[in-house]
Design a protein around this ligand. Sequence first.
Ligand code: GLU
Length: 274
Amino acid sequence: MVRVRFAPSPTGYLHVGGARTALYNYLFAKHHGGQFILRVEDTDLERSTDESMRMQIADLKWLGINWDEGPHPETHADMGPHGPYRQSRRKEIYMQYAEKLVETGRAYFDFRGDAELEAIKERLMKEGKPPQIEAPAEIVPPAEARARIARGEQAAIRYRVTEKRDYVLNDLVRGEVRFPSDMVGDFVCIRSNGMPVYNFCCVIDDALMQITHVLRAEEHLSNTLRQMMLYEAFGFPIPKFGHLSFILGPDKQKLSKRHGGNILPRFQFKGLPA
Ligand code: GLU
């Protein structure tokens, strides 16, 4: 069964690029007799708003794009067996999975603060190396780390990139894409304030929601490396990926929520052409 999703971040209006991504996913699901899921990616607490979520849902409805699972189009209550469909309500799930990575040694608690991490990056740049964070010489054992956290200290959970090799993606749109693993350093899965990061949530959710095809904007291509690492670490089947090219404005700049891309020019809409 084909299962695809549209996963907007509620940080502004639905824009033309987002509407196209939603439409392609919807049509792909319909074509294959599959299911289309709407998932709200609202872990960026500072930029996400309920108002934006409501508007994006209303705009999708206006476009006639219906979803089989996700927030109910009217009540916004979870609709379907794989909820919650808002990431901010799935924090415990992400934490459980992050703990699994810690248990298997694929991730570690990192007590280094921003200043220390910045100093490391600066030193690396001075040495002419990419500013990528690696594990500290001594990783705090998980039991000790949990005890320190219980006493009020803060730590991030960082995925440990150990293997040096190419990850090969056979993208449905772009064909073969090779990512050398050293494009990324050890990356954060859970921030020290307890909030999970996009790459981590996305993999857990796509796996648990049994997504078969990830059709999304090209800007996420470079995220796919970290996501492939996480799929492997968890032993999750890797979905097929298709990265859709950008829609550019007449000035060849990418359309975005903040740049000419609002789907409904709310105060100027003069009706559809006859
Ligand atoms: N929340 C992401 C966005 O709004 C979508 C990421 C994805 O589709 O994997 O761009």
